[in-house]
Design a protein. Structure first.
Ligand code: CNA
Length: 312
């Protein structure tokens, strides 16, 4: 059953009809952490999300750093804090680092929607704010995926950008954790210096995700304006639209172009999204996967998903 009311259904049917008739030919996707929660990866801001479960007192050595994390959880992934102490960031990312290369997280229906759109020649590009690499586990070519906030799959020195093999980094992290917890010193995890860069020697080796206060990948700025201007439909999925500059993307779309939001809450009203019946914006309120099914149903393409059954 389609989330929302009859008006929502009519709007989704109209979008589907435009796709089927060829009026919509270029579809852009802006996604966030909510598209991966069905895979078991918590988002940032929901109850039980990563901000909710942060334990600043376990992560840092100084009261000042602890307070900064209480006031603004973003601090844990900020460049300022990382330069001062690397452990909070590495602790936050530890489940990913230790799981790197593993297969425990699978793409969701929402990830495979991009795949279907790509195979039908309709996908302009996916702008994912996610760092989990799940978009790259579909057959969408990498050049059509922009990981706006970087990726956990690549390990780089934050200072000199030297790369390290992710399996090697995982092993070094395991040894490092064992060493600090075996040291018998309660403060050791907070004092100890993480893995140094083999090239410049700084303790800045980390997954290549974008820290708050550092710049986004060049490819984002190369494509976002042109992609937005040439798109006939923007699908926004599983994002609170609170992080810039990615949250400015919906504002770059041409006025008449529909924006379809698949999210379990209303988002983006402060950015000009408007879910009134006569607006070109539509919210399919509910899980991303249920919104995805509703769209595929309206298109009559639900059977196209059968090929992904074994991968979900
Ligand atoms: P966010 O601020 O946590 O917002 C997530 C949004 O998705 C919220 O509006 C939720 O209500 C909604 N949501 C959660 N689960 C579902 C679901 N199953 N169906 C529909 N809606 C859902 O995350 P954003 O992506 O907006 O913020 C950008 C940050 C989060 C980026 O810097 C990411 O790197 C970072 N992040 C990424 C991951 C990941 O890679 N999987 C996980 C957690 C955080």
């Amino acid at each position: 059953m389609m989330p929302g009311n009859n008006m929502t259904k009519a709007k989704v049917d109209a979008i589907a009809a435009s796709i089927l008739s060829g009026r919509i030919r270029n579809i852009m996707i802006l996604s966030g952490a909510g598209v991966s929660t069905a895979s078991g990866i918590p988002d940032f801001r929901s109850v039980g999300g990563m901000y909710d479960t942060l334990k600043p007192n376990l992560l840092t050595a100084t009261e000042e750093q602890r307070q900064a994390m209480r006031i603004d959880p973003i601090h844990v992934v900020s460049l300022d804090l990382f330069r001062e102490t690397q452990l909070p960031y590495l602790e936050l990312r530890r489940p990913f680092i230790l799981g790197l290369g593993g297969n425990q997280w699978r793409p969701t229906l929402m990830h495979f929607l991009s795949d279907v759109l790509h195979k039908k020649g309709l996908l302009t590009r996916v702008y994912t704010q996610n760092i989990d690499g799940l978009d790259f586990k579909t057959s969408v070519p990498p050049k059509k995926i922009i990981p706006v906030h970087g990726s956990l799959m690549v390990i780089k020195c934050e200072s000199c950008k030297t790369e390290m093999d992710s399996a090697k980094f995982r092993e070094l992290t395991r040894t490092h954790i064992k060493d600090i917890y075996n040291s018998g010193d309660d403060l050791a995890p907070k004092k100890s210096s993480p893995i140094p860069c083999p090239s410049c020697g700084k303790p800045y080796m980390k997954p290549d995700t974008v820290l708050y206060g550092s710049s986004l990948p060049r490819e984002f700025f190369m494509h976002w304006e042109l992609d937005a201007q040439s798109s006939d439909l923007l699908i926004i999925a599983g994002t609170s639209l609170t992080v810039g500059p990615a949250n400015r993307l919906p504002g770059l779309i041409r006025n008449s172009v529909p924006r379809l939001v698949l999210n379990n809450e209303e988002v983006g009203m402060g950015l000009g999204l408007n879910y009134a019946p006569n607006s070109t914006d539509t919210l399919l309120k509910g899980s991303c996967d249920s919104g995805c099914i509703a769209l595929l149903q309206a298109l009559g393409w639900l059977e196209n998903m059968a090929v992904y059954e074994s991968e979900l």
